[in-house]
Each structure stands twice: as structure tokens, then as C-alpha cells.
Design a binder for this molecule. Structure first.
Ligand SMILES: C[S@@+](CC[C@H](N)C(=O)[O-])C[C@H]1O[C@@H](n2cnc3c(N)ncnc32)[C@H](O)[C@@H]1O
Length: 403
């Protein structure tokens, strides 16, 4: 997808649909004993709560397929607005030796990303937020020439330097905070800046600095919610104008919905997560009673290894975190059962938000693509790998008009 009128049209329509359905997708079900929209849409609530385990699992994986929500919501149109082409060219397997010192999944992402970097003659590749420079080394192997790898963590720069030296590759790790004003000096009209999974403000900064310098960009964005601004500021006029017109406002928490889909975890981890969710909801019921306040109370997250061994232990820990004292004689079994009951309910109500997950992610990517188009770039937006490899599989490719 490269023409800016179609970018603008998609953005406008997605903005309208996201704005219209904000009251449905915004509330997080675990925060409310009854969803704020339930009174207006009792049948929708009933349909969600009636979902069997199998149908729910299918909807979680494929929110647009055979959705019972189509009776209330524009499922087919949302799916069509999210349909993006796989960007050419298709990847070919790279020599196995190139994968040395790179994790398996990360390597397959790099393998998929690499051919999508269309380095023009005379362009120098640069990796933005490079970590150990795994992508930078692969770019150096494929294209020759020196590759700059910007990264602010000195330990990662040192590890990247050692790897490049050991493999005899022309990668120059540069210790650089990309948010600092002087980071822009690394970008010129002859630069092709690449970023694989640079988070929120980091990739925003790349787009703004690249557009100022006229650098080419190949970017797979990630973690839109990692941003200093509490309220989302659109990058493009194509997003900003319909946002104002339809009253779409996005908080940092809203942005997190766009990246909620993760690679399916192993069964054991999923079981642990379900249990942790049920215990949190059991504690939620308890804390509402103890405080006499019918409102959700955030409890810090806890690494899985540090999770207490039983529900009562968890509640004691959570109560201590929030300065609550627990009375004697609590019916732990009943509270835990209530947690599991709510956990099943919340999972079903979440299916409504899942429907808007990809539309929001595509909307955010469209805003970035439209920003480059408005800066005079030829822009493509598509996917670079299957979702199973990473759900953050959107790629923005921008080339200044004169290149
Ligand atoms: C999500 S990782 C991506 C790393 C690599 N591109 C990859 O795909 O493995 C983000 C990287 O950005 C680096 N980073 C975070 N903030 C930064 C900043 N302000 N300036 C430069 N690098 C930063 C982190 O240290 C980390 O290595």
C-alpha cells in the first residue's frame, strides 16, 4: 500500500470506527464488576458471556473469523481496513553461520526483515536502537560497507563491538542516546535508517529526525505506549484531523491495547498466568469489601517465581502492598472461587477488546506512514513476517521523493 490518498482514507475511516466504539473497547474488564456499557448492550454482554472455551480460544487467536460480535459491530469492515500486503521481496533462508549468537526467534525476524531493506546505491545503512547490533551485522554481511549501530547501553555497545570484531564485520557501534538532540547528526540524505522493534518514542524520534534529514527508513514499530506523553499526539495531519472531528483521544493505557497480542506462551506459562489472574480478581473482590469502595485497586506485578504458593498467601502479600489489614476468619475458598468465576468472565469480555486490537495497531502504523507521506516520502506499509513469528509484524518503508 503506497498511495497517500488511500492511506488518508483508511486512517479517516479507522479513526471514525475507533472513535464511535470507544465506550466498548476502552474499559478494561478486570477493572469493573459490570462493564460500563452493559446496560446499553445487554445482548452483547450475554453473547460474550455465553462463549464456550473453544470458541473463545478461536476468537482470541482470530478476532475477525466467524465472530458472534458481527451482530453488533462492523467486524468485516474492520478486517478489511486491517488487511495489508506482505511487502516484497519474500525472504530466502540466510547462511546458518550468520545466525551465530542470535536467539532463534530474533534471527528469524531478522531473516524476514533483511530483504525488505532496499538499500539504494550510495546509501549507508544505520541501525537505530541496535542492542548488540544483530541486524546491523546481518546488513553488513549482505550489503558490505560500514553499518552504524546506535545504542545507548554501553554494555550492549561493547558486546556488539566484540561480536562484529570476532566476525570481521564493518559494524561501528556508537554509544548514543537517540532522544538527545545531537542524535540527528547521524542521519543524512545518504542514510538508510533501519529499526527492528524500536519502542514508542524511540521510533517516533527516528521518523521525525529522518524526515528532517531526508533519510530513507525501514521500520518495524513496537510498544507504542512507551512514550513520555500521557495523551497520544498524532504525527500526521491525516490522523490529527479526523481524530479532532470524531473525538478520538488515546491515553497511554489505550495504546497498550495495540500490542496486547503476544506470541502464544507455552501451556505451563498460560496456566500460571490464568491462576495469577484469578487470584488478582479474588483479591479485587476482597479489597472492595474491606475498603468499602467499589473500585479497582492496582496491585504491583510479581515475577512468576515470586508468586506465593497459595491464594491466601497472595492476598496477604497484596494487602501488605496496599497497606490493608486482613480480618481473621476469611473464607479463602469462597474468595478464590469468586476469583476464578470472574477470571472466566473477564476472559470472555476481553474478546470485545481483541476485536479492536489490530485496528488500533494498524491505525498507529498508518499515522506513522502518513507522516512520512506528508513529508514527501514514497511510503509502503505492509507486513514482513507471519504473526506467529511476532505479532509486531508491520513494516513501514519510506523513501524520500528524490531517491
Ligand atoms: C526493544 S530493543 C530492540 C533491540 C534490537 N533492535 C532488536 O530487535 O533486538 C530496544 C533497544 O533500544 C535501546 N534503547 C532504549 N532507549 C534508548 C535510547 N534512548 N537511545 C538509544 N538506545 C536506546 C535499548 O537499550 C535496547 O537495546
Amino acid at each position: 500500500m503506497s498511495d497517500s490518498p488511500s492511506l488518508a482514507r483508511r486512517l479517516a475511516r479507522l479513526t471514525e470506527l475507533l472513535a464511535r466504539h470507544q465506550p466498548l473497547w476502552r474499559p478494561e474488564p478486570f477493572q469493573h464488576l459490570v462493564p460500563p456499557w452493559a446496560e446499553a448492550f445487554p445482548d452483547l454482554q450475554a453473547a460474550l458471556l455465553a462463549l464456550g472455551e473453544e470458541r473463545l480460544a478461536r476468537l482470541q487467536a482470530e478476532p475477525f473469523v466467524d465472530s458472534p460480535l458481527a451482530e453488533w459491530l462492523p467486524v468485516a469492515e474492520l478486517e478489511a481496513l486491517c488487511a495489508l500486503p506482505e511487502l516484497a521481496p519474500r525472504p530466502e533462508p540466510l547462511p546458518e553461520a550468520w545466525a551465530q549468537h542470535v536467539g532463534g526467534r530474533k534471527w528469524r525476524q531478522i531473516e524476514a526483515f533483511l530483504p525488505r531493506v532496499r538499500l539504494a546505491p550510495g546509501q549507508a545503512a544505520l541501525e537505530w536502537c541496535a542492542g548488540k547490533g544483530h541486524l546491523a551485522r546481518t546488513l553488513a554481511r549482505r550489503h558490505g560497507g560500514e553499518v552504524l549501530a546506535l545504542e545507548w547501553d554501553p554494555a550492549l555497545c561493547a558486546a556488539g563491538e566484540a561480536l562484529a570484531q570476532a566476525q570481521g564485520l564493518a559494524v561501528r557501534p556508537v554509544r548514543q542516546d537517540v532522544m538527545a538532540p545531537e542524535a540527528a547528526r547521524w542521519l543524512t540524505r545518504a542514510t538508510h535508517a533501519c529499526a527492528l522493534h524500536a519502542c514508542g518514542d524511540l521510533h517516533r524520534r527516528l521518523l521525525e529526525a529522518a524526515a528532517t534529514a531526508g533519510s530513507a527508513v525501514t521500520l518495524a514499530p513496537c510498544c507504542y505506549q512507551r512514550t513520555a506523553a500521557a495523551e497520544y499526539r498524532p504525527l500526521s495531519r491525516a490522523a490529527g484531523v479526523p481524530m479532532a472531528e470524531h473525538g478520538l483521544a488515546l491515553s497511554r493505557d489505550d495504546l497498550a491495547l495495540a500490542v496486547q497480542e503476544t506470541v502464544t506462551a507455552p501451556r505451563g506459562v498460560r496456566r500460571q498466568r490464568r491462576r495469577a489472574g484469578a487470584w488478582r480478581l479474588g483479591f479485587d473482590r476482597l479489597q472492595r469489601e474491606l475498603r468499602g469502595v467499589d473500585a479497582y485497586l492496582p496491585v504491583p506485578s510479581l515475577a512468576y517465581g515470586r508468586m506465593p504458593g497459595c491464594f491466601a498467601g497472595f492476598c496477604r502479600w497484596a494487602a501488605a502492598q496496599k497497606g490493608l489489614s486482613l480480618p481473621a476468619g476469611l473464607d479463602w475458598a469462597a474468595l478464590e472461587a469468586e476469583g476464578w468465576r470472574r477470571q472466566a468472565e473477564v476472559a470472555r469480555l476481553e474478546a470485545l477488546r481483541h476485536l479492536f486490537r489490530r485496528p488500533l495497531e494498524v491505525w498507529l502504523a498508518l499515522d506513522r506512514a502518513a507522516f512520512l507521506a506528508e513529508a514527501g516520502y514514497a511510503v509502503e506499509l505492509g507486513t514482513f513476517c507471519p504473526r506467529e513469528l511476532t505479532p509486531r509484524n508491520l513494516l513501514i518503508r519510506g523513501r524520500p521523493a528524490s531517491c
